[in-house]
Design a protein around this ligand. Structure first.
Ligand code: GDP
Ligand code: MG
Length: 350
């Protein structure tokens, strides 16, 4: 609660997720879809009512990572990359370069295959393409670490042609049915025998990949003896593997129908991302000030402390509320700051 006359609040560093890919692949639509799912909570609605819609390249809701819709330049300021790949258009060299830049920067990464709702979507082909072009270099192991988290369903049938309107979640073993009228929350049921059989091979592959990445070797030993991890254990180990950059999920989504959006948001919320590493250059508050510009006045502090007036202007949070100061990892708005996205500012140096 803000008390009249008290000092403006100081925002905490929160994880920043860059959603980027080929222009037209659906990054903006996906960010809005994720924001829509997040806003469908009491907290999210209160926030939206208090401040109105947020504009700009960055979106946040309390308790969620900040979503950055800032294209390739956003990657340098983020803690995680969601590479957007269209299920009907394939992969372009720019997207591969964005993926490799994030890899070089040590960022955890995942692929969102967008437009999965369109009849032309071929998710098997999209996955194969991602494994070929985004996998870990040459050799027989290439692509093993890109893992789908769900089996796509068409009209409730994994074999039928047409756009995807449901997912069988391989971690929770639940069917998420998005075939109803534009449903942002799917109808959720437990997977039945027939579906389980169809998904068994993919599920085994995912479990093996997750447990191979796990630091707890007893889990893999148990699995090899035929003892399955519970969905809770599997989900927790998956989150650790993704945040550690050992496994890259490939998730089918549609920012238009909401397909996959609740699952992706839940995954992003579960990740133990290390905010103070990666794009944060120096976590000490007295380090020289360095900022990454993200466009529309949005900046992320990468080291040092940004105070109002340093850039000759006020500071606000993404919803427009005044901010006292911002430390490493924090995303804030410097209203009116006209600097190209991707630029690194070091006002502390001079
Ligand atoms: N059917 C469908 N259309 C989509 C989806 N995502 C994006 N589009 C459409 O593709 C076009 C480009 O989307 P946009 O989000 O602006 O792409 P961006 O350039 O990557 O931000 C728009 O016409 C969107 O409506 C999707 O998941 N399903
Ligand atoms: Mg866009």
């Amino acid at each position: 609660m803000v008390v009249a006359g008290s000092a403006p609040p100081v925002p905490m560093a929160v994880p920043v997720v860059a959603v980027a890919g080929w222009s037209g692949a659906g990054a903006t639509t996906l960010v809005l879809g994720l924001q829509r799912v997040a806003a469908a909570t009491v907290q999210g609605l209160e926030r939206a009512a208090a401040h109105g819609p947020v504009r700009g390249p960055a979106y946040d809701l309390p308790g969620d990572p900040v979503l950055l819709d800032a294209g390739a330049p956003g990657v340098a300021a983020a803690d995680l990359l969601v590479l957007v790949v269209s299920a009907v258009d394939g992969l372009d060299p720019g997207s591969v370069a964005t993926w490799r830049a994030a890899e070089d920067a040590g960022l955890p990464r995942l692929v969102a295959v967008t437009k999965a709702d369109l009849p032309g979507a071929d998710l098997d082909e999209s996955l194969a393409l991602c494994r070929r072009l985004l996998g870990p270099g040459q050799g027989s192991d290439a692509g093993e670490e890109l893992q789908p988290l769900a089996m796509p369903l068409h009209g409730g049938d994994p074999e039928a042609p047409g756009g995807v309107d449901g997912l069988l979640d391989l971690v929770t073993v639940r069917v998420l049915d998005h075939s109803g009228p534009p449903g942002w929350q799917p109808v959720v049921t437990s997977a039945t025998g027939e579906f389980l059989d169809a998904a068994a091979g993919q599920r085994d592959e995912l479990i093996e990949a997750v447990l191979t990445a796990s630091e707890d070797a007893t889990l893999l030993d148990a699995w090899l003896l035929g003892i399955e991890p519970s969905p809770t254990v599997l989900g927790a180990e998956l989150a650790i593997a993704v945040a550690g950059g050992l496994l890259h999920p490939v998730v089918a989504v549609s920012g238009v129908t909401g397909l996959g959006c609740p699952s992706l948001l839940a995954l992003l919320r579960s990740l133990p991302l290390a905010v103070a590493t990666g794009p944060v250059l120096d976590a000490r508050p007295d380090a020289p000030l360095v900022l990454s510009a993200l466009g529309d006045g949005v900046v992320r502090v990468r080291s040092g402390t940004l105070r109002p007036g340093v850039l000759g202007r006020t500071l606000t949070d993404l919803a427009g509320a005044p901010v006292g100061w911002a430390g490493p990892g924090v995303v804030v708005v410097v209203p009116g700051l006209d600097v190209a996205p991707g630029a690194v500012l070091d006002p502390g140096a001079g």
